[in-house]
Ligand binder design. Structure first.
Ligand code: PEP
Ligand code: MN
Length: 263
């Protein structure tokens, strides 16, 4: 179902004013975690000023350590909804288990399935039965075949509003948190009809190469880019090292505009 052999036309997903997989690339931006109304509103307002319409933020966080901040849960989703209503933005947030689908549906526009859950088949089937678009992240050790088959689970349940996002894979390289697999972008664009994105924050894990990596993904045919933005990254409750602040975001945004890749 995900293959171009089944359907050759690009899948275009419209959520409010945002068009994913259309002719204009989309920037998905926002903090790693929703931490407070103040934090999210500060970021959202700054993003909105630049014309960004899609706000990300985690409320259920898949943390490596059980002792790290686990997210605000439903309270975080409530904050997302409030802020999105105020700023007129579309929201994306991760869900980690099927029993959160009904709750999350009340507050957010797009479900994110995280890299760690890419092959959580019961979760894939459950979001496949929901009516919300799904942003599916590539597992850190997943082949593109496994990634496509994970998406297939969602489409097979009747939900064809699926977007794929390359978020870096595990390799021997230590200069980056993960290795951004740029080749995934043109391959997924060629073999599937789904919108394809690149997450430059979780793939690189570093702030200083976000712009060239984003440009590379767009030049390779990506339908957009995801980047993590926090008002005060050093005190962020998750991914403090890789999130950029609002000034850094403004430069990143300007760099993309100057590149002519974002037209
Ligand atoms: C995220 O985007 O919040 C996240 C946890 O990323 P990943 O699942 O790609 O690690
Ligand atoms: Mn993060």
């Amino acid at each position: 179902l995900v293959s171009r052999d089944h359907k050759n036309d690009d899948t275009v997903i419209k959520v409010k004013q945002a068009v994913f997989g259309g002719s204009t690339p989309i920037l998905i931006a926002g903090p790693c975690s929703v931490e407070s109304r103040d934090q999210l509103l500060t970021v959202a307002s700054a993003l909105k000023k630049k014309g960004v319409t899609v706000l990300r933020g985690g409320a259920f966080k898949p943390r490596t350590s059980p002792y790290d901040f686990q997210g605000l849960g439903e309270d975080g989703l409530k904050i997302m909804k409030q802020v999105a209503d105020e700023t007129d933005m579309v929201t994306i947030s991760e869900i980690m288990s099927p029993d959160k689908i009904d709750i999350a549906s009340k507050y957010i526009d797009i479900f994110q399935i995280g890299a760690r859950n890419m092959q959580n088949f019961e979760l894939l089937k459950a979001v496949g039965q929901s009516k919300k678009p799904v942003l599916l992240k590539r597992g850190a050790s997943a082949t593109l075949e496994e990634f496509k088959l994970a998406a297939e689970y969602i489409l097979d349940q009747g939900n064809d509003q699926v977007m794929l996002i390359e978020r870096g894979i595990r390799t021997f390289e230590k200069a980056t948190r993960n290795t951004l697999d740029i080749s995934a972008v043109p391959i997924l664009k060629k073999e599937t009809h789904l919108p394809v994105f690149a997450d430059v924050s979780h793939s690189t894990g570093r702030k200083d190469i976000l712009l060239p990596c984003a440009k590379a993904a767009l030049a390779a045919g990506a339908d957009g880019v995801m980047v993590e933005v926090h008002p005060n990254p050093p005190v962020a409750l998750s991914d403090a090292k890789q999130q950029i602040d609002i000034n850094e975001f403004n430069s990143f945004w300007q760099g993309l505009m100057d590149s002519n890749l974002f037209l």
